[in-house]
Write a protein that binds this ligand. Structure first.
Ligand SMILES: [Fe+2]
Length: 135
C-alpha cells in the first residue's frame, strides 16, 4: 500500500490530483490482492491502472510538448519504460494468474517508481509549467 501522506507533492495542484487518483487505484489493487479477490476483479483493477497511467502520461506529455519543455524526451522515456513494464505485468498476470508475482511487480516496480518519478521528473516539470505560465 502507498501511504497518501508520504506522496511527494508538486507545485501544480492538477498534477497532484492525477497522482492521488493513481495511488487510489494502486491501493485498490493491493486491497484486491490482500482480500483474495477473484481473477476478474483483479484484472479489472489492473486494467484501470493501465488506462489511468496511459492518460496521465499522455496529458503530461501534451503539456510538455506545448510548452517546449527542454527535458521532454527524458521524461517521456521514463513514462514509456513504466508503461511497457505495466503492459508486460498485465500479460503475465493474465497468463499465470499468479498473485504473488503481481504483488511483487507492484511493490518492487510501481511503488518505488512513482515516488522517484514525482521527485525527479514531475517536480521540475511542474515548476517549469508554472514559471512559463506566469510570464
Ligand atoms: Fe511524469
Amino acid at each position: 500500500m502507498i501511504n497518501l501522506n508520504a506522496l511527494p507533492l508538486v507545485s501544480l495542484r492538477s498534477m497532484n490530483e492525477v497522482h492521488i487518483e493513481e495511488v487510489y487505484i494502486i491501493n485498490r489493487l493491493f486491497e484486491n490482492l490482500n482480500t483474495d479477490s477473484d481473477f476478474e476483479t483483479i484484472s479489472q483493477t489492473l486494467q484501470n491502472l493501465l488506462e489511468h497511467m496511459q492518460e496521465h502520461f499522455s496529458s503530461e506529455e501534451k503539456i510538455m510538448r506545448e510548452l517546449h519543455y527542454p527535458s521532454l524526451q527524458m521524461h517521456k522515456a521514463d513514462h514509456d519504460k513504466v508503461l511497457n513494464q505495466a503492459r508486460y505485468a498485465e500479460i503475465q498476470w493474465r497468463n499465470s494468474k499468479d498473485e504473488d508475482e503481481l504483488r511483487e511487480y507492484l511493490e518492487g516496480d510501481v511503488v518505488a517508481w512513482l515516488d522517484q518519478h514525482i521527485k525527479a521528473m514531475d517536480t521540475p516539470m511542474s515548476d517549469y509549467v508554472l514559471e512559463v505560465s506566469i510570464k
